[in-house]
Design a protein around this ligand. Structure first.
Ligand code: PAF
Length: 281
């Protein structure tokens, strides 16, 4: 497994692989890897011939400078974690390699970026689209793998690929959870023991909520989830919305014939945690 820092070196290696007829798989990450990322890499290994993982903490997607500074970074640990996996190449560029000049592109994702993460983290998805489009241009993968924990990000990336007509297939991969149910996230390592113990209430509440659709209407269930989580002194819900999985419009009624997903963001001390769950009809 090679660690490559420069675009020119990466392009040389990948054009050789393409000439050999290999299908290129790509897993973009910001490092601080965990088993959720490894599951994406393993899926990429099953579906493609040559797997590239990028490790780049993208400054343009952080609307909060403190959050960017706090974001965990440990390249050696990430390299060690990837060594026994299907990953064949790590791309770990510096910021000026990705952004030799400021990226001023403004994407328009309509409703998809006006709710939930888009509303509470203004500019976040524009930064995600900037970096992912740039990375796709550099790596030119046949398939790219993204986790469904970042459900709205996945929708944004699909929309970006559609709008820019990029020749890459986006493969969604299921949320991977800790043994107690907490969705795996690089941010979990920022939690202190008390926060970590209490954060399990997020996934437990979502899971319980899916069994309450016969006794509570959509609005009542929203309130039930928010109140249950906010009663815990460690947790403060930023939003909990039940939305149409495709349009991201709020669902008004359980009888709506769309796929419904409940998306949540919770502040736990200084750490922001997100999760989601599907509500089956
Ligand atoms: O999901 C992430 O880790 C990031 O948003 C991504 C897709 C690697 C872009 O920086």
């Amino acid at each position: 497994m090679q660690v490559i820092k420069h675009i020119n070196d990466l392009r040389k290696i990948l054009s050789g692989k393409r000439e050999e007829g290999l299908i290129i798989g790509f897993v973009p990450t910001m490092g601080a890897l965990h088993q959720g990322h490894i599951s994406l890499v393993e899926k990429a290994g099953q579906e493609t011939d040559y797997v590239v993982v990028s490790i780049f903490v993208n400054p343009t997607q952080f609307n909060d400078k403190g959050d960017l500074e706090r974001y965990p970074r440990d390249l050696q640990k990430d390299v060690d974690l990837l060594a026994p996996t299907a990953c064949q190449l790590i791309f770990n560029p510096e910021a000026d390699e990705i952004y030799p000049e400021p990226d001023t592109r403004q994407f328009d994702f309509g409703m998809l970026e006006q709710v939930m993460e888009g509303k509470f983290r203004p500019g976040h998805f524009n930064g995600v689209a900037q970096v992912v489009s740039r990375l796709f241009d550099i790596v030119q993968p046949d398939k790219a793998f993204f986790g469904q924990k970042d459900f709205q990000q996945l929708a944004i990336i699909n929309e970006m690929v559609r709008k820019l007509k990029l020749p890459v297939e986006i493969i969604p991969c299921p949320i991977i959870r800790e043994a107690d149910g907490l969705a795996m996230s690089s941010r979990n390592m920022l939690l202190n023991p008390g926060q970590r113990q209490n954060s399990v209430l997020i996934s437990a509440t979502l899971s319980e909520a899916t069994n309450k659709t016969t006794e509570l209407n959509v609005e009542e269930l929203r309130s039930w989830v928010i109140n249950r989580i906010n009663k815990n002194e460690y947790l403060n819900t930023e939003y909990f919305e039940i939305v149409n999985e495709l349009t991201f419009q709020p669902v008004m009624n359980w009888n709506d014939p769309c796929m419904k997903v409940g998306c949540i963001a919770v502040q736990c001390g200084k750490t922001r945690l997100i999760d989601n769950i599907e509500f089956k009809n």
